[in-house]
Ligand binder design. Sequence first.
Ligand code: SAM
Length: 370
Amino acid sequence: MAEKQKNIMEDIARDFIKHSLTMRYDICTCGQCKEDMVASALTTLPVENVPLQAVSASLIDETKLKYKAELARAMFNAIDMVSKNPSHKLTEDRIESFRLLLNNILEDRGLDFRQYNQGVIRRKVGYRMHMNGVSSYGEYARFLRKSPDEYEKMLEALCINVTEFFRDMEVWVTIRYLLETLINQKKLKGHNTLRIWSAGCSSGEEPYSLAIVLKELLKAGLKNFSFELYATDIDKKCLLMASDGVYPKNNLKNVEEKYLKSYFTLLGDGNYRIKEEIKNMVKFQYLDLIKQDFLRETDVIVCRNVFIYFNRELQEQLLKKFYFSLCPGGYLIKGKAETIINEASGYHFEDVDTNARIYRKLIPTDSLVK
Ligand SMILES: C[S@@+](CC[C@H](N)C(=O)[O-])C[C@H]1O[C@@H](n2cnc3c(N)ncnc32)[C@H](O)[C@@H]1O
């Protein structure tokens, strides 16, 4: 009698669906849709028939590894296809209820997340829903109304304010060099002020890192020169933390020992407080990059790890606003993983240092000469 065979791809696809749909509140994940997703994936996946008694955890792992790329592609396509065309009527229009949730946040708190990268925002909201055992956007919107604590937690999650002192350390060598060169150029022209803006400063680690660099440059002989260092964000809690200036050791791991000694005080609880001489160099203020006017006549804008959360259209709008905020020849510094959409904006920036993501505003004559 022939041995009974089993296509183990079916088990693998089912397992994949189970794990990848845990926090997908944006699509229907009912039993019927899950089955449709498995069936759809199996139409494009290779068949791996094995004798029934040979099926084991290690064989399943080996097969997953063997077809890693094919599996990812097939499952992604299946989830996408079934969720766009479910075989049954939906009880909730998830796109609409997500849109309403974002509208509510705008109305309640004046924060507009509609133009943020929607995948990122959905994942963050999904995580908060998961933590509260809520399974639809509509239910979550109602829950938020009753729970101010959860509202704060959700906003915190959406603002995504991860940061640290001298983030991406290697880039700071270039930033220091840039600031020194700029100051020398200014002095040659008889100017004695540099205006710097840290846009999306989170809890202050970035502007304070800038302040430390500037302080060191002053010490190194740049006399009679002053700085205006602005730092802005939409996260009020972060701005309060920034004004307080107390940080856990973990956020200071890139701070050189000599700076730690000169510019921080170790507190009894193991945290560090930034010294007044550095704190006084930074002016913190609330500024929503989407809704408010930008600072004027800035020499350097540091806007790192903020654009990654915005969609392309918003990035283009902000790039244009940064262009007008900068003085001719001013510099824009972006995050390590970010580029600027130059060609689309029409407001040109020259790539000064690709690795450090430093761009210089080109004035029209610069572009003609090039
Ligand atoms: C990942 S943090 C980046 C912090 C710092 N620039 C760095 O690179 O370490 C992103 C910051 O952007 C802020 N942000 C998000 N949307 C904003 C907006 N519309 N206007 C101003 N700041 C915004 C967030 O509140 C958050 O503090």
